[in-house]
Design a protein around this ligand. Structure first.
Ligand code: G4P
Length: 189
């Protein structure tokens, strides 16, 4: 997605440890027009599959997921990182974050996901794939079917994409980064 790559080059900041800072348009301040273009691109890329629900994880996945939900007129569920008192029918998985080097729980209510659901997962980053694999387990625990996963940015050098594809998951990433070095971002051709 040319528009997204241009924006990453213009406003993203490559940090020394392989982390890309994009908080001016994705992770803190959100460019809603860009998010809308991102959602339209996801809609196009997943046009060949059928899904009735969109799933993401709070916080940064919510914006692209909701935009896609708006484009597709579909409900959007966001898995939570904390249990609200009002939540019932809860299922959860533990996920290890390599970026933050800590474990965290991700949970959702089975009231919103069941065996009749075909789920498309959307998130901002694909790094090592641990969050995505946790979500795969969570969807299976709910008895639903995971039909694909879409990411705004994939860091190919951290191998999450290969891991998910080896498990037979359909993955679409709108900007694929081959390498981050010396403050420079190199995209896959
Ligand atoms: P993984 O799930 O693919 O294995 O990645 P990891 O655990 O390392 O990622 C944990 C968090 O860090 C996720 O957000 C992920 O989106 C984010 N992340 C990973 N790589 C980058 C990067 O290069 N740049 C930025 N900006 N974020 C990255 P999170 O903790 O769930 O945060 P949020 O969704 O609440 O913002």
């Amino acid at each position: 997605m040319h528009l997204l790559e241009e924006r990453i080059l213009a406003d993203g900041c490559a940090l020394s440890d392989g982390v890309l800072k994009v908080d001016g348009f994705i992770n803190h301040q959100i460019d809603a027009d860009l998010m809308y273009e991102i959602a339209k691109e996801f809609k196009k890329r997943f046009a060949d599959i059928t899904y009735n629900k969109i799933l993401t994880i709070e916080a940064s996945g919510i914006a692209p997921a909701v935009m896609l939900g708006y484009c597709m007129h579909l409900p959007v569920i966001f898995a939570k990182k904390q249990t609200p008192k009002t939540m019932d029918n809860v299922i959860s998985v533990k996920i290890h974050s390599f970026t933050k080097n800590k474990d965290y729980d991700v949970l959702l209510s089975k009231s919103f996901l069941n065996k009749n659901d075909k789920v498309l997962f959307i998130d901002d980053f694909l790094a090592y794939g641990s969050a995505a694999l946790g979500i795969k387990n969570l969807v299976e625990m709910a008895g639903a079917e995971l039909v694909g996963m879409g990411f705004i940015i994939e860091k190919k050098f951290q191998n999450g994409g290969s891991i998910l594809k080896e498990k037979g998951i359909r993955v679409e990433s709108l900007a694929v980064i081959e390498e981050i070095s010396a403050g420079k971002v190199k995209f896959s051709k």
